[in-house]
Design a protein around this ligand. Structure first.
Ligand code: F6R
Length: 605
């Protein structure tokens, strides 16, 4: 997740801008840069690596007094992490500098258009297009130029722009990516969140999508994209910096669960066109020729892979085999050049998944990686990489990246369904549900307080059984993993129909059952399983579909999510099981962000 800061005012030095940027380090980044205006010229310093490297390259320039400055931490999406791709980016004249967070979907078309007009590009980024577009629009009024340029952009952006002819002005705009303005006495600030600005002010304007702001020595003015001024309320926020970097939450894990709607948007951006899924990264691949798909992954990524198997096999003629990578790598799998291998890894560095990729490659399989880290080993060793675009996940347990994986796998499944000739009204409804999912998620995330109360009630239990059928089993597996890894409570996951083949012997009043019971095609079977568990005196917590009052009769506690297509319940229920595990860990006094014995990237066997 890139970070932006910017200052306008008389009392700043370059040091202040870099120091503010440092306060966004917690968001994660691979490179950093700063631009400011001195003696009528834009000066830019940027480098791959830590902000301290940037500081080193600035040297004495840190003491430069400035009236305007912008800076950026980059988390690569377009183009690998290197000095050239680091922000700020500039136009052909070098008079404009821009920092950007987000993804410009139509950057290829815009770049071709601008190259046709003679603009020369230096980086592989989508951001540089905006600088050249502003240059093209510039007729002496920088605000007008930025306004006209951003009107041509599709996708998501938060930007800060400076121009050497306007040494006391920043233009800021947002659509889909966060940007906040700090309002001070004689100065104004911008940043991706309030954390780096809290040292200077407690007064903030939260820009809304489609806002564009003019910050100069006279203060801040906000406009809409039609150029009309708009009044945005100044909000006073008195938070500490450490609370602010977690978005006001106690832990990163909760902040990252709450980022679900944005995660969904980022995973879908640029991948749906004219009512169908079209993942640009797959352009060269003929999905109609594939006979089998082999998926390798570990942990949470493995659960996302299981979702893909259920979905694709239900709706197409393609067989999907899913295997835990640590097993796959030592087997003699029957795959060949007609088998597509999908490797799912948020970190892109999991040793077992990488070895599985290498094995599948030796056997002739084409490899698609789904990952969150640009430039990670998996992206270098795979034929195609589909990026999750979730921004860094700081909590060790996967939460928002699981949401992104499910989203991308649903998109991939839908593209496969269409390209293999199985598309129907039902698939259109699934896609419509997916598009509405960010809004549906808001509703589910509002359950956090009731889930906290539930966790309080059950925090003394030492064992939990998670059960589900079909897609519900995927949620059960992920729910049990989340609970055990952060709250250290013993949790097992079983397909509900398996219970009577052994595990039901465990159940009694001390062994609650978390029953994943959406109103889908297998609900009646689930209901029988719940009744069987209840007959063994187990307490039942059901997660069902809103409106299913029957669940109250057979359960001790019920949580509801909105009705969605059967296939999408793993997505809509993900925040429920994650939030339950989070509150259990917090109530028991554990730090959910740093569970014992676990690492974010498992780079050893
Ligand atoms: C669970 C979790 C792990 C990872 C697993 C694979 O919350 O985070 O189970 O899912 O270690 O990691 P990646 O996806 O990086 O390959």
């Amino acid at each position: 997740m890139c970070g932006i800061v910017g200052v306008v005012g008389d009392d700043f030095k370059v040091f202040d801008v870099v120091d503010s940027l440092k306060r966004l380090e917690y968001r994660g980044y691979d490179s950093a840069g700063v631009a400011y205006i001195k003696d009528g010229k834009v000066l830019i310093f940027k480098s791959v690596g830590r902000i301290d490297v940037l500081r080193g390259s600035l040297g004495e320039h840190l003491k430069d007094e400035i009236s305007v400055g912008i800076a950026h931490t980059r988390w690569a999406t377009h183009g690998s992490p290197n000095d050239t791709n680091a922000h700020p980016h500039t136009d052909c004249t070098g008079k404009i500098a821009i920092v950007h967070n987000g993804i410009i979907e139509n950057f290829r078309e815009l770049k071709a258009f601008l190259e046709g007009l003679g603009h020369e590009f230096r980086s592989d980024t989508d951001t540089e297009v905006i600088a050249h577009l502003i240059e093209e629009e510039y007729k002496g009024d920088i605000f007008e130029a930025v306004l006209n340029a951003v009107r041509k952009l599709d996708g998501a952006y938060a930007i800060g722009v400076v121009h050497s002819d306007h040494p006391d002005t920043i233009i800021a705009a947002r659509k889909g990516s966060p940007l906040v303005i700090g309002v001070g006495n004689g100065f104004s600030l911008i940043a991706s969140d309030i954390t780096p600005m809290l040292r200077y002010t407690k007064d903030f304007i939260f820009l809304e999508d489609g806002d564009i702001a003019l910050l100069n020595d006279k203060g801040v003015k906000v406009f809409r994209m039609d150029g009309k001024p708009v009044d945005r309320r100044i909000q006073r926020i008195d938070l500490s910096e450490s609370a602010a970097e977690k978005g006001g939450y106690k832990h990163f894990m909760m902040k990252e669960i709450m980022e679900g709607p944005q995660t969904l948007v980022s995973a879908m951006t640029g991948r749906i066109k004219d009512g169908y899924v079209k993942i640009p990264e797959l352009e060269e691949l003929d999905l109609s020729k594939i006979t089998r798909i082999n998926v390798v992954a570990c942990g949470t990524s493995y659960h996302a892979a299981m979702f893909f198997k259920y979905f694709v096999e239900q709706h197409t003629d393609v067989d999907v085999s899913v295997e835990v990578a640590s097993e796959f790598r030592y087997r003699k799998p029957h795959i060949d050049d007609k088998t597509l291998t999908l490797a799912i890894s948020q970190s892109g560095e999991t040793a077992d998944t990488l070895e599985s990729v290498r094995l599948a490659k030796r056997l002739g399989s084409n490899i698609i990686a789904i990952t969150n880290v640009v430039g990670s080993t998996i992206t270098r060793e795979s034929d195609i990489s589909i990026m999750m675009n979730s921004g860094p996940e700081i909590g060790v347990a996967a939460t928002k990246t699981y949401v992104a994986q499910l989203t991308i796998l649903a998109l991939l499944g839908l593209q496969l369904i269409r390209e293999r000739g199985f598309w129907s009204g039902r698939h259109k409804r699934i896609l419509d549900n997916l598009i509405r999912m960010p809004e549906i998620f808001e509703n589910v995330l509002s359950l956090s307080d009731s889930i906290r109360a539930l966790a309080e009630k059950y925090s003394r239990y030492e064992h939990f059984m998670y059960i589900g059928r079909g897609y519900g089993f995927i949620t059960a597996m992920e729910g049990a993993l989340k609970l055990k890894e952060i709250s250290y409570i013993h949790a097992e996951a079983y397909p509900a129909g398996e219970l009577k083949h052994g595990p039901i012997a465990l159940l009694d009043e001390k062994f609650p059952v978390f029953a994943i019971s959406p109103s889908d095609s297998l609900y009646l079977k689930m209901k029988s399983n719940i009744i069987e568990c209840k007959a063994r005196d187990a307490k039942i917590i059901s997660v069902g579909t809103s409106g299913n009052g029957e669940l109250f009769d057979i359960s001790n506690d019920v949580l509801f999510v909105p009705r969605v297509a059967d296939e999408l319940y793993p997505l809509v229920m993900a925040p429920v099981i994650q939030t339950f595990a989070y509150h259990m860990a917090d109530i028991k006094g554990y730090d959910p962000d740093k569970p014992r014995n676990l690492a974010k990237s498992v780079t050893v066997e």
